[in-house]
Ligand binder design. Structure first.
Ligand code: HEC
Length: 128
Protein backbone atom coordinates (compact mmCIF):
# COMPACT_ATOMS: atom_id res chain seq x y z
CA UNK A 1 0.00 0.00 0.00
CA UNK A 2 2.52 2.60 1.12
CA UNK A 3 4.88 1.60 -1.66
CA UNK A 4 2.21 2.70 -4.13
CA UNK A 5 2.14 6.12 -2.56
CA UNK A 6 5.91 6.24 -2.67
CA UNK A 7 5.83 5.79 -6.40
CA UNK A 8 2.77 7.93 -7.03
CA UNK A 9 4.09 10.96 -5.16
CA UNK A 10 7.28 11.55 -7.18
CA UNK A 11 5.22 11.07 -10.34
CA UNK A 12 2.73 13.67 -9.20
CA UNK A 13 5.54 16.09 -8.36
CA UNK A 14 7.05 15.42 -11.76
CA UNK A 15 3.77 16.29 -13.46
CA UNK A 16 3.43 19.45 -11.40
CA UNK A 17 7.03 20.37 -12.19
CA UNK A 18 6.43 19.90 -15.89
CA UNK A 19 4.02 22.80 -15.90
CA UNK A 20 6.65 25.21 -14.55
CA UNK A 21 9.18 26.92 -16.85
CA UNK A 22 11.80 24.19 -16.80
CA UNK A 23 14.75 26.32 -17.94
CA UNK A 24 14.34 28.64 -14.97
CA UNK A 25 14.45 25.86 -12.41
CA UNK A 26 16.26 22.80 -13.61
CA UNK A 27 19.95 23.59 -13.70
CA UNK A 28 20.21 25.32 -10.32
CA UNK A 29 17.97 22.72 -8.74
CA UNK A 30 19.88 19.85 -10.27
CA UNK A 31 23.12 21.20 -8.91
CA UNK A 32 21.69 21.58 -5.41
CA UNK A 33 20.11 18.13 -5.56
CA UNK A 34 23.35 16.57 -6.80
CA UNK A 35 25.27 18.17 -3.95
CA UNK A 36 22.65 17.06 -1.44
CA UNK A 37 22.82 13.55 -2.91
CA UNK A 38 26.61 13.51 -2.50
CA UNK A 39 26.24 14.43 1.16
CA UNK A 40 23.59 11.75 1.72
CA UNK A 41 25.73 9.18 -0.06
CA UNK A 42 28.39 9.65 2.61
CA UNK A 43 26.07 10.16 5.57
CA UNK A 44 23.58 7.38 4.99
CA UNK A 45 26.16 4.65 4.62
CA UNK A 46 26.07 4.13 0.85
CA UNK A 47 29.80 4.89 0.65
CA UNK A 48 30.45 2.23 3.29
CA UNK A 49 29.60 -0.47 0.73
CA UNK A 50 29.87 1.34 -2.61
CA UNK A 51 33.08 3.20 -1.79
CA UNK A 52 33.83 6.90 -1.64
CA UNK A 53 31.84 8.63 -4.42
CA UNK A 54 30.48 5.23 -5.45
CA UNK A 55 33.67 3.93 -7.05
CA UNK A 56 32.95 0.46 -5.70
CA UNK A 57 34.04 -1.32 -2.54
CA UNK A 58 34.32 -4.73 -0.95
CA UNK A 59 30.62 -4.89 -0.18
CA UNK A 60 29.04 -3.17 -3.14
CA UNK A 61 29.55 -2.64 -6.88
CA UNK A 62 30.75 0.57 -8.51
CA UNK A 63 27.91 2.98 -9.28
CA UNK A 64 29.90 5.46 -11.34
CA UNK A 65 28.79 4.24 -14.77
CA UNK A 66 25.23 3.49 -13.84
CA UNK A 67 23.95 6.65 -15.51
CA UNK A 68 25.15 5.32 -18.88
CA UNK A 69 23.42 1.98 -18.38
CA UNK A 70 20.03 2.13 -20.06
CA UNK A 71 18.73 -0.67 -17.88
CA UNK A 72 19.25 1.45 -14.78
CA UNK A 73 16.43 3.90 -15.23
CA UNK A 74 15.78 6.45 -12.47
CA UNK A 75 12.76 4.36 -11.47
CA UNK A 76 14.85 1.21 -11.12
CA UNK A 77 17.49 3.03 -9.07
CA UNK A 78 14.75 4.44 -6.85
CA UNK A 79 13.35 0.95 -6.41
CA UNK A 80 16.78 -0.49 -5.52
CA UNK A 81 17.35 2.20 -2.88
CA UNK A 82 13.88 1.87 -1.37
CA UNK A 83 13.68 -1.92 -1.38
CA UNK A 84 17.33 -2.96 -1.38
CA UNK A 85 18.57 -6.07 -3.10
CA UNK A 86 20.09 -9.41 -2.26
CA UNK A 87 22.93 -7.93 -0.25
CA UNK A 88 21.79 -4.33 0.02
CA UNK A 89 19.46 -3.25 2.82
CA UNK A 90 16.20 -1.39 2.21
CA UNK A 91 16.33 2.35 2.85
CA UNK A 92 12.60 3.02 2.71
CA UNK A 93 12.49 3.71 6.46
CA UNK A 94 15.57 5.88 6.68
CA UNK A 95 15.25 8.14 3.63
CA UNK A 96 12.51 10.54 2.58
CA UNK A 97 11.27 10.55 -1.02
CA UNK A 98 13.16 13.79 -1.57
CA UNK A 99 16.38 12.25 -0.27
CA UNK A 100 15.98 9.22 -2.53
CA UNK A 101 15.42 11.57 -5.49
CA UNK A 102 18.57 13.51 -4.53
CA UNK A 103 20.58 10.28 -4.38
CA UNK A 104 19.30 9.23 -7.81
CA UNK A 105 20.10 12.70 -9.19
CA UNK A 106 23.59 12.34 -7.75
CA UNK A 107 24.07 8.88 -9.28
CA UNK A 108 22.90 10.19 -12.65
CA UNK A 109 25.04 13.33 -12.62
CA UNK A 110 27.88 13.53 -15.10
CA UNK A 111 30.20 15.32 -12.70
CA UNK A 112 29.78 14.02 -9.22
CA UNK A 113 30.81 16.24 -6.35
CA UNK A 114 32.69 14.42 -3.60
CA UNK A 115 30.80 13.89 -0.39
CA UNK A 116 32.11 16.02 2.47
CA UNK A 117 34.69 14.50 4.83
CA UNK A 118 33.34 12.29 7.59
CA UNK A 119 33.30 13.54 11.17
CA UNK A 120 35.91 12.39 13.68
CA UNK A 121 33.36 10.10 15.28
CA UNK A 122 32.52 8.34 12.02
CA UNK A 123 36.15 7.93 11.06
CA UNK A 124 37.11 6.13 14.29
CA UNK A 125 34.67 3.32 13.52
CA UNK A 126 36.60 0.30 12.33
CA UNK A 127 36.58 -0.33 8.60
CA UNK A 128 34.97 -3.65 7.75
C1 HEC B 1 25.43 -3.23 3.05
C2 HEC B 1 26.03 -2.73 1.82
C3 HEC B 1 25.26 -1.70 0.98
C4 HEC B 1 24.80 -0.46 1.37
C5 HEC B 1 24.85 0.18 2.74
C6 HEC B 1 24.24 0.14 0.18
N1 HEC B 1 24.34 -0.71 -0.88
FE1 HEC B 1 23.71 -0.36 -2.80
N2 HEC B 1 24.21 -2.25 -3.31
C7 HEC B 1 24.86 -3.17 -2.50
C8 HEC B 1 25.03 -4.42 -3.24
C9 HEC B 1 25.71 -5.68 -2.70
C10 HEC B 1 24.45 -4.23 -4.51
C11 HEC B 1 24.35 -5.25 -5.67
C12 HEC B 1 22.96 -5.79 -5.78
C13 HEC B 1 22.38 -6.34 -4.49
O1 HEC B 1 22.91 -7.28 -3.91
O2 HEC B 1 21.42 -5.75 -4.02
C14 HEC B 1 23.95 -2.84 -4.53
C15 HEC B 1 23.35 -2.23 -5.61
C16 HEC B 1 23.00 -0.91 -5.70
C17 HEC B 1 22.45 -0.26 -6.87
C18 HEC B 1 22.19 -0.95 -8.19
C19 HEC B 1 23.48 -1.03 -8.99
C20 HEC B 1 23.85 -2.42 -9.38
O3 HEC B 1 24.73 -2.54 -10.27
O4 HEC B 1 23.35 -3.41 -8.83
C21 HEC B 1 22.24 1.04 -6.56
C22 HEC B 1 21.68 2.13 -7.46
C23 HEC B 1 22.65 1.22 -5.19
N3 HEC B 1 23.10 0.01 -4.70
C24 HEC B 1 22.60 2.41 -4.50
C25 HEC B 1 22.82 2.54 -3.14
C26 HEC B 1 22.59 3.75 -2.38
C27 HEC B 1 22.16 5.07 -2.97
C28 HEC B 1 22.86 3.46 -1.08
C29 HEC B 1 22.70 4.36 0.14
C30 HEC B 1 21.37 4.88 0.38
C31 HEC B 1 23.30 2.07 -1.02
N4 HEC B 1 23.27 1.55 -2.28
C32 HEC B 1 23.68 1.41 0.13
C33 HEC B 1 25.27 -2.96 -1.20
C34 HEC B 1 24.97 -1.85 -0.43
Amino acid sequence: MTSRIRFALPLLLLLLGASLPAHALSSANDKAATQAGATLFGQKGCAHCHGEAGVGGKKGPSLTNLRKDKEWTPARMTNQILNGGQKMPSFSDSLTDTEVAQLVTYLRARHKPASPPVSARQSVQPAQ
